[in-house]
Design a protein around this ligand. Sequence first.
Ligand code: WQD
Length: 338
Amino acid sequence: MSKILVTGGLGYIGSHTVVELVQAGYEPLVIDNLSESDIEVKDRIEEIVGKQILFEQVEMCNIDELEALFKKYDIRAVIHFAAFLLVNESVKNPLKYYHNNLLSTTNLLSVMLDHQVHAVVFSSSCTVYGNPDELPVTENAFIKPAVSPYGNTKKIGEDILKDTALATDLKVISLRYFNPIGAHESALIGEFQDGEPHHLVPYITETAFGIRKELKVFGDDYNTPDGSCVRDYIHVVDVAKAHISAVKRLLEKDTESFEVFNLGMGVGVSVLEMIHAFKEATGIEIAYTIAPRREGDVEAVYADTTKANTILGWKTEKSLKDAMGDAWRWENALRGEN
Ligand code: WQD
């Protein structure tokens, strides 16, 4: 059976997408260089889906390794997650991000085209919108200059894919995630946490667990209803399912060369509302203090999801409460093991 190649398939969104691919009847081929993930995630995915997962450790910046992979397997589409994704780290070490995130993408496309593989789903981000001029954000919103090298690699990545698609038979769907949160209901896979968390929800669950004394709310003087920043938080399983819809569309429909879809709940939620949502879901009160604004934070951003709902035929099924409950169970599973 021909395979769906999933690059970075042991990462946060990747691992949840591999689960959904198997459950939708596809056969994933997972590659990962294990720089930001753990091989144990493969065992966890297999435990969830009840079958072996094809996995190869591949360094995508080495084109020979990709060439060998495409020679070995019959691949009919690719979902490209593999990338470094930490905004702060990218500011401190931009070359690491430009080298890895862009070279892995150009290597992938070169080898795909050499092997007549023409369908790719790209993991992009709402970060390309910067501080949007109007809300909710549609896919036609002006793409702002990136506020971080990480965000710039997503924007340049889309440009590389778009220009290549216009010049070849490549067909691309770029999925712009808003803020993925939560974990699989089994609590076997979730957001990889290695030391300091990188996003709001792991900070909330670590505070709830007692690992942190309190949550710092980065600013309450924004021009938003309660003064704290607003985001569009979407359950990671809903994000994963959108990738299945995108692969299906590329394999079964005659699509444009380059299509973009926003993946969000379509609702703006503030940091303070997230603290309340966590209490609603778990009964746990989160201690917090108001801290200074965080450099580079966008005041408010949330998605217009009409295009994904109508053209991709995808819509979110899980609630914020589901996501907070799943995130809390994941935190407990993580701590239970350590
Ligand atoms: C969310 C809100 C913080 C921690 C990032 C990436 C973006 C995308 C989604 C990949 C902000 C506030 C946070 C804390 C806080 N990822 N916060 N206290 O920055 O919206 O987006 O994840 O594509 O590219 O940049 O997510 O979770 O860091 O912050 O008050 O301890 O929570 O100020 O308003 P962000 P985040």
